[in-house]
Ligand binder design. Structure first.
Ligand code: AMP
Ligand code: MN
Ligand code: ZN
Length: 896
């Protein structure tokens, strides 16, 4: 490490930098680096190589122990370790932190060192935050409270944030992460944000391209609006009664609406075979359309229905919202770029499901894991047939898997990820941000082409590797969004992550503040990081300030909601201080019981706070065993204790009820002080009721479009009517063609089955008659004949023929000619889709579909089958044939 550093210093002429190079020095961002970019690039390079090197070290356990038995290795390790610690000490000293990393006598071990590092990181990041605010032009009217040893930064706003006028250097401004004074887009949402402590229920209510119909819960939402049990009964109770009355299956509400379609998705041969990469259009010769009206969106949908692939990306904001907001969607076809305002069209974007779930149109994403969740959560969109270039990059073992690396590698485009963390809520969108956004998708189809070609090349022309990327991408599309759920154990998760050891008082404070933060964040629709960043939460718990002012002093800058509620926070701290002091708590052991499924986490969360645990972090509950005691802070006994020890009035703040004050009027619960113990208890019980059954409620804020669709004055009504008229004729034609194809298929299948039966019989006959010794031996040894027979019988038994290639082609052809005949594009009529075309009629026709088989097991089955060649694929493709949207489709249906 040292050698690298000195080399860098020498390279940059660091040592020679003295007074006579003063002129140069002022032009340079810092010695040796001409601007921030250069510095960041170098820094990141160093970090990456260090991370790589550390990953290459012998692993603890056998390997390491073995190496350690060599004195040379041991000495080397110790030497390197000391150097590293020295380095860290110096950095800490520089920032005025405790820095005795190397002093073994003063530290008991790794844990304490780790704490030191965490503390120092806090200080450094805080300082970064302050500098960023300064650069942003935040005018601090009052002197902030500085931590001990902290030098207030000189006012440098105009120096490094100014566009450099130097001729040679790129004149670029740094875009900062949060813009000031942006109107909260939430206020304009037609459908209120639901931050309640309840599991996420998919937003979908119409399911285009369905093979398996949408569960009744979703399509019936409208008709359940006026239930008898809603009258004059608390909603939770009404839910419960409704559930009892109708016995609706709960699973349906939580499953992935396109699980079945994705499970049965097969990749066409065309997509697995070699194709010539198609060069992207130069970006300045490409039109870029900003879509923020329903009409433009419908037009875009029409265009997308006509292409065979397009690229998609999203931009997201997570700081000033509890669940996060999808702010922008970028789509690129081979010819055009589109930027869609997903804040403006939030309630309308579901119409894109027509193409997003169309298996004959490929959607190319890069690193779509989050995108899948955002699409579901905010827009009710799902993706069927997706290619994720991030998965491809992994399969190809490229040096790095980021989009900017792919852009550089395949397109020689230097992208600039500075805007990634920009505040994407801003409107109108500045030109630079539009440009940034479109580069995220503009080149992606070309990259997709190149990567497919390479994946084939890599595997000597065999499709295996490419297929695995399609499979991985499909698995990404299967991801379900899950809402962060607050449980009485949530705080343990965060505590465990931080590896803090707290005493009983600190722990109690942590628990209280954590719950306060979660509750407030939900209510005000802010991120927990905005309400109270974790490092400040830690600081307060560590110090347990005696005065409210002490709490303020722990926070720098003081978050607005902390300032506003500092007295309440102080009460929590006081309460914690009253608890008998004992040494470090059982927190870490307690939490060992939980083996949460952790999501891979982005740790570079700018102003965003990564501490928020999400639903996925907790043990997964099957819907019927949903925790009833959500939102409670204490266990029964603790609660009892509290009730006797502590002023009950204060406890009002400890519950995390499911409401947003921002949007809704609280029902007379504001005056917590006036509640008796019994009232509190009653309230808790009612609240605990709300969670598991809430989903039966036809939410008071029923999706706007559902009513809009029936409101003749609304645009969507007009459009959907237009679609209806345009598509009825085509639909009928296509239905006819399909029916014919299906009949042909049935006929063919029947014949094939009969023939197979005959062949089998005659084969068995022949075996019986002419069983030679050799055949018997072969049969016995391999048991192979048995296997084959079994397969044949199962095929015949289910009477689900594998559609021959020819047959599918002919069906395809029928549709193609039709497509050609219908000159202009005619979108599919949704208003009928969930009624007869897709659901009941289809599933009846479709003899293969058996809802009882579609349990969670199907996924495992699929994976296991994936390795076996193509048996059983037949019914899958048939399902699609039957269930395919009524627009013609361009590709052969698929074999695995
Ligand atoms: P991208 O797919 O790179 O355009 O990123 C989409 C969104 O993910 C951005 O708008 C950010 O909100 C978020 N994001 C991406 N990278 C990061 C990161 N390193 N830290 C925090 N958020 C990120
Ligand atoms: Mn993305
Ligand atoms: Zn992006």
């Amino acid at each position: 490490m040292e050698s690298r550093e000195s080399r860098a210093a020498a390279d940059s002429g660091h040592e020679d930098m003295n007074t006579d190079t003063n002129q140069e020095e002022t032009n340079e961002f810092c010695p040796g680096f001409k601007d921030v970019d250069a510095f960041v690039k170098y820094g990141l390079g160093a970090v990456i190589s260090a991370t790589k090197a550390s990953a290459g070290l012998p692993q603890p356990g056998d390997e390491f122990d073995f190496y350690r038995s060599f004195p040379g290795f041991r000495e080397f390790c110790e030497g390197q370790g000391d150097t590293l610690l020295h380095c860290m000490s110096q950095i800490m000293q520089y920032h005025g932190c405790r820095s005795h990393m190397r002093d073994r006598s003063k530290l008991s071990g790794l844990e304490e060192r780790f704490d030191l590092v965490v503390d120092s990181n806090d200080v450094i990041l805080e300082r970064v935050g302050i500098l960023l605010d300064e650069a942003d032009g935040v005018n601090r009217s009052q002197q902030p409270v500085m931590p001990a040893g902290f030098q207030p930064p000189k006012i440098v706003v105009s120096s490094w944030n100014r566009k450099s006028s130097g001729s040679g250097s790129r004149s670029q401004m740094f875009k900062l992460m949060h813009a000031k004074n942006i109107a909260r887009p939430q206020l304009k949402f037609k459908e209120k944000v639901d931050n309640s402590n309840t599991p996420f229920v998919p937003k979908i209510f119409i399911k285009p391209n369905a093979v398996k119909p949408l569960p009744s819960y979703f399509s019936n939402k409208q008709s359940r609006k006026e239930r008898p049990e809603d009258l004059g009964v608390p909603s939770a109770l009404a839910d419960f009664i409704h559930q009892q009355r109708t016995l609706e299956p709960v699973e349906d509400m939580f499953s992935h609406p396109y699980q079945h379609e994705l499970d049965h998705l097969t990749v066409t041969e065309e997509l697995l075979s070699k194709a010539e990469p198609q060069m992207y259009k130069p970006i300045d010769e490409t039109t870029c359309c900003f879509v923020d009206t329903l009409e433009d969106l419908v037009e875009l949908n029409g265009k997308l229905c006509k292409v065979s692939e397009f690229a998609v990306d999203l931009e997201h904001h997570s700081y000033r919202s509890f669940l996060g907001l999808t702010c922008l969607m970028q789509i690129s076809t081979r010819d055009e770029d589109f930027i869609i305002d997903t804040l403006e069209l939030r309630s309308e974007l579901y119409i894109l499901n027509e193409v997003f779930t169309d298996p004959s149109v490929v959607k190319v994403f890069h690193g779509a894991d989050s995108d899948m969740e955002w699409l579901q959560r905010d827009l009710g969109l799902y993706v069927v047939n997706m290619f994720d270039t991030h998965q491809a990059s992994r399969a190809l073992n490229l040096a790095r898997h980021s989009l900017d690396h792919l852009l550089k590698h395949f397109c020689s485009v230097e992208s600039d990820k500075r805007y990634q963390l920009a505040d994407w809520r801003v409107r109108p969108l500045p030109e630079e941000m539009v440009q940034y956004a479109r580069t995220d998708t503009h080149y992606l189809l070309y990259i997709y082409d190149r990567m497919r070609a390479q994946l084939l090349e890599f595997n000597y022309g065999q499709p295996g590797l490419l297929q695995s990327v399609w499979n991985k991408s499909r698995d990404v599309a299967l991801k379900r969004y899950s809402k962060p759920i607050f449980t009485e154990e949530s705080y343990l998760e965060l505590l465990r992550k931080q590896k803090k050891s707290l005493n009983t008082q600190q722990l109690a404070a942590f628990k209280l503040l954590f719950a306060w933060r979660d509750k407030l964040a939900r209510q005000e629709d802010e991120s927990t990081g905005y309400v109270l960043p974790t490092h400040m939460l830690n600081k307060i718990c560590e110090e347990l300030p005696k005065e409210p002012q002490g709490i303020v002093a722990c926070c720098n800058p003081v978050p607005p909601l902390v300032r506003q509620q500092v007295n309440e926070l102080h009460l929590f701290v006081q309460e914690a201080r009253e608890i008998p002091l004992q040494k470090a708590e059982v927190a870490s052991q307690k939490s060992k019981g939980l083996t949460p499924i952790r999501k891979p986490e982005v740790t570079l969360f700018g102003p965003h706070d990564t501490s928020r645990a999400s639903e996925g972090d907790f043990p997964h509950f099957a819907p019927h065993e949903l925790p009833v005691k959500q939102g409670e802070l204490f266990t029964e006994e603790e609660e009892e204790e509290r009730r006797t020890d502590v002023d009950v009035d204060k406890a009002g703040g400890l519950l995390a009820p499911a409401c947003i004050t921002l949007f809704e009027v609280l029902d007379a619960e504001g005056d917590e002080g006036s509640h008796s113990v019994a009232q509190m208890k009653a309230r808790r019980i009612i609240e605990s009721f709300i969670n598991p059954f809430r989903m039966y409620l036809p939410t008071t804020d029923v999706h706007i479009n559902k009513s809009a669709k029936f409101d003749p004055s609304s645009k969507i009504y007009e459009i959907s009517n237009r679609w209806k008229l345009q598509s009825i004729e085509q639909q009928q034609k296509e239905l006819e063609a399909k029916r014919k194809a299906r009949e042909a298929a049935k006929e063919h299948a029947k014949k094939a089955a009969e023939e197979r039966k005959k062949a089998k019989l005659s084969y068995q006959e022949s075996l019986k008659n002419v069983a030679t010794v050799r055949q018997q031996a072969a049969d016995l040894a391999k048991g192979d004949g048995g296997g084959k027979r079994e397969r044949v019988t199962s095929e015949a038994g289910e009477s689900t023929p594998k559609p021959s290639k020819k047959l599918k082609k002919s069906a395809d052809k029928a549709q193609k000619t039709e497509e050609a005949a219908a000159e202009t594009f005619k979108p599919f009529d949704y208003s009928q889709s969930d009624l007869n075309v897709f659901s009941a009629a289809k599933s009846k026709d479709n003899a293969q579909f058996d809802p009882n088989r579609q349990t969670h097991k199907s996924k495992k089955k699929r994976i296991a089958k994936g390795q076996m060649s193509n048996n059983g694929a037949g019914n899958r493709s048939m399902s699609y044939l039957a269930g395919k949207s009524d627009r013609g489709f361009r590709h052969n249906w698929p074999k695995r």
